[in-house]
Design a protein around this ligand. Sequence first.
Ligand code: ZN
Length: 139
Amino acid sequence: MSHTDLLRPRLPAISEYNRAYWDGSVHNELRLPHCRNCGHLWLPPSPRCPRCLQGDIDTVTASGRARLWSWVVMHRQYFKEFPPPYIVAFVELEEGPVLMTTIVGASAAELTCDAALEAVFEPATPEMAILKFRLAKSV
Ligand SMILES: [Zn+2]
């Protein structure tokens, strides 16, 4: 069984609220919901702005640049889909939102607070790619 087959049951359903995000993911674009009322940006997508609760929402494409806020290394296996060790991290996007995600292509020994990161998308299905981050190649 491939990793994609293992992961598939944990993937969310595509809806009118998250379609722009997932469409962006398969084009290596990080698309954020943007509130046209108050300007707030956030993830994950939702039908209403979490700041002002209005529903007038469009989408902006983020730079993909972020800073590493904090991280832990998971050494215990909780789900067969996620064999350890793997890194769980909080990153702050250049546009402001803070996300829980993972860091790929680096060991924990290579990470430092505020390290420059860039988004990468790992294909999961033809309609979805999973957002992850790696250390930026140039700062
Ligand atoms: Zn708002």
